[in-house]
Design a protein around this ligand. Structure first.
Ligand SMILES: *Cc1c(COP(=O)(O)O)cnc(C)c1O
Length: 383
């Protein structure tokens, strides 16, 4: 079953971040079923904070056929844990250790002539994906440089210096289904594919869509979609129900009664309007809990939502428990998939003026003080 209750075998004594790989498997199956072609699982930033190797292995077991990451170091880390699926790395300095990439069988996105020359010169035989800027003005080759890049890549291919196995682009506005700029990005990618063809290139893969376009823009799927956020339950388009894969819980470490008029936390941004009980959570922005959510955030405690009050500090946050008769040691759910009424990553994002991607990546990255528990995907899904 997708959402069996967490099996607690001992009292949870520390802040705990639970990663639910069955949710990742279910999301992967769902997204792979939507894709016209293959699905590349994007596990950059440590799998959006969920653990790159765990997310990668789970996604590959649930329908993904390749992996995508930002840097070569991230790609090599996947090789080190024994993952031998195709891996693409798309953002590297021009003087990266291309030989290490080639020797580990890592495919490299090439966004410029300088990158192409460096790869061809230092690591002949590398499999590359030519990266066209399809409207981000961020990474990828500018359209003015595209034909030159394609011609140079074809020359390099003829002398076996590189093998062009893919073309890639990235859409700027796919989170808003129907945005006309997405059609322009698609058109630019089609143009770029035509130019590559005229230059004699015959890459097996062409990929443009990430999570949002995978869910809402089939015309951009081509041979492969690159999906990151969706694997961990984030749908930026708000059109599809995906399963959140992170749960953050923490025990109350202290409970106190305060009188009406008591100021709480730095700068007393909240003052108790009436006598109440306050619970202390051992989590703060040092653990990735967004400080910007101060004054808006809620948590789930004893089955009900209660507000965090005052500022989120580096190591602590304070819950107004009202008249709930709770003692220190009570477990509070700070964030989760939402099945029990707990706040989701999307709610935390709204409270802090950001996107769910940043919330989950931050929680995962700063997990030094947070115990991590990984719930495996059920075997059925890995069959
Ligand atoms: C992060 C990223 C993706 C994945 O995007 P999601 O919206 O998280 O699915 C795909 N391609 C590139 C180039 C990226 O940087």
């Amino acid at each position: 079953m997708a959402h069996e209750p967490v099996c607690v075998t001992r009292p949870v004594a520390h802040p705990t971040l639970t990663v639910d790989l069955e949710a990742v498997a279910a999301n992967t199956r769902r997204l792979a079923a939507r894709a016209s072609g293959e699905l590349m699982a994007v596990v950059k930033a440590d799998g959006f904070g969920h653990g790159a190797a765990d997310v990668a292995r789970t996604a590959l077991g649930a329908g993904a056929t390749a992996l995508g990451v930002t840097t070569l170091a991230e790609a090599l880390a996947l090789r080190e844990v024994g993952l031998d699926a195709p891996v693409l790395s798309w953002l590297n300095p021009v003087d990266e250790d291309w030989r290490a990439a080639r020797d580990a069988g890592v495919e490299i996105a090439v966004p410029s002539l300088e990158h192409l020359d460096a790869v061809a010169r230092t690591a002949p035989g590398t499999r590359v994906h030519l990266h066209l800027d399809t409207g981000m003005a961020r990474d990828g080759a500018a359209p003015e440089e595209w034909a030159r890049l394609c011609r140079a890549a074809r020359r390099a291919e003829r002398r076996h210096a590189v093998s062009v196995v893919g073309l890639m682009g990235h859409l700027a506005t796919a989170d808003t289904p129907g945005d006309p700029r997405t059609a322009m990005g698609r058109a630019r990618f089609a143009w770029g594919s035509g130019v590559a063809r005229v230059c004699g290139l015959r890459p097996r893969q062409r990929h443009l869509a990430a999570t949002s376009a995978t869910l809402t823009d089939p015309a951009s799927h081509h041979t492969t979609v690159r999906v990151g956020a969706g694997l961990v339950g984030i749908d930026p388009t708000g059109t599809t129900e995906l399963a959140g894969a992170l749960t953050l819980t923490a025990p109350l470490v202290q409970v106190r009664h305060v009188r009406a008029g008591t100021g709480v936390g730095y700068d007393h941004t909240w003052t108790a309007p009436a006598a109440t009980r306050l619970g202390l959570l051992p989590l703060g922005y040092g653990d990735g809990l967004p400080r910007a959510a101060s004054g808006r955030a809620e948590v789930l405690v004893a089955g009900v939502r209660r507000p965090l009050v005052g500022r989120v500090s580096m190591d602590t946050a304070v819950v107004d428990l009202g008249d709930l008769p709770l003692a220190a040691g009570t477990t509070v759910t700070v964030l989760g998939p939402g099945h029990e009424g707990e706040p989701t990553a999307g709610e935390w994002a709204r409270w802090s003026g950001t996107i769910a991607h940043e919330v989950v990546t931050g929680l995962g990255a700063r997990g030094g003080r947070t115990e991590r528990v990984v719930r495996p995907a059920v075997l059925r899904s890995l069959a």
